[in-house]
Design a protein around this ligand. Structure first.
Ligand SMILES: NC(=O)c1ccc[n+]([C@@H]2O[C@H](COP(=O)([O-])OP(=O)(O)OC[C@H]3O[C@@H](n4cnc5c(N)ncnc54)[C@H](OP(=O)(O)O)[C@@H]3O)[C@@H](O)[C@H]2O)c1
Length: 252
């Protein structure tokens, strides 16, 4: 997909976890701009952007996501057609190496169990923000031996990286492609950068460059735009469901 057009307007509701993060904020803002309703789960201490204040389309739920019980999460999901995770470990010693080590995977499991509690006529759509350093084992994604070795070490040395991989693997292998209650897309950006507007970007089913030795760039705003398009545009959803699209900024 090529994209810079505005996300289409849609009237349903999306639950966003990790909504206070740099990318999560982009997702929420772009969904609100598309007149979409959003429920945002944020930790209690977080200060939210001014532009969100008094927005009738936004419901803010102040909670630590992993403290939420499955039935309570199921209640939050009531009325939603999609859920987005932009969670990531804070880049502090505690965030990287402390508890919860499996923040992203445990949240995806929690959301999946909550979705399964009250299956709807149409499957719930879940978008997981992930990383281009992760491989989709359902696709043919050859990786150079040197990169394979390095990635193995990164998995051991960097718990957040291992967590991201485990979360995507849960969707790929445990939830899979064939159930009537949930569908998923794992979005894999390359090295994240911040730009002030949506710029031309391209989306591929698999990486087109080495995430380690030749990484490209992906702006968080473009990730937000692509995720909003997935949530709002059924055509986009049907194109990418059950896959792990990789997003790159276009350079010219
Ligand atoms: N950096 C890169 O180049 C790159 C490239 C590809 C993919 N990624 C991945 O992209 C994801 C998002 O990136 P980002 O830059 O948008 O992340 P970010 O700004 O650090 O946002 C992380 C979000 O997770 C929440 N969070 C962190 N620890 C938590 C905890 N223990 N309990 C509940 N919530 C918690 C944060 O909440 P608070 O605001 O309350 O802290 C925040 O909402 C990450 O998984 C990252 O690994 C990064």
């Amino acid at each position: 997909m090529d994209g810079v057009s505005n996300a289409p307007k849609c009237m349903s509701t999306t639950l966003v976890v990790g909504a206070s993060g740099a990318t999560g904020q982009q997702v929420v803002t772009q969904l609100l701009n598309a007149q979409h309703k959003v429920k945002a789960i944020v930790r209690s201490s977080v200060i939210l952007p001014h532009s969100w204040e008094d927005n009738p389309d936004l419901t803010v739920i102040r909670a630590n996501v992993l403290d939420i019980e499955i039935p309570q999460m199921a209640a939050h999901l009531e009325g939603c057609t999609a859920v987005v995770s932009c969670l990531g470990h804070n880049l502090t010693l505690k965030g990287m190496f402390g508890s919860p080590r499996k923040l992203v995977k445990e949240t995806v499991v929690l959301l999946s169990k909550a979705i399964q509690m009250h299956p709807k006529a149409l499957p719930m759509r879940l978008v997981l923000m992930n990383t281009s350093g992760n491989r989709n084992k359902d696709a043919t994604e050859p990786v150079a031996f040197s990169q394979k070795v390095l990635l193995k070490w990164l998995k051991v040395l960097l718990p957040p990286f291992a967590d991201n991989i485990a979360a995507a693997e849960y969707l790929r292998a445990e939830i899979g492609q064939k159930n009537s209650w949930m569908e998923w897309v794992v979005v894999r950006p390359d090295a994240l950068v911040d730009l002030t507007e949506v710029t031309p970007y391209a989306v591929y089913p698999s990486p087109i460059r080495s995430a380690i030795f030749n990484a490209g760039q992906t702006s968080r705003m473009n990730v937000g735009h692509f995720i909003a398009a997935l949530v709002c545009d059924l055509e986009q959803w049907n194109k990418w469901k059950g896959q792990m699209p990789v997003v790159y900024n276009k350079t010219e």
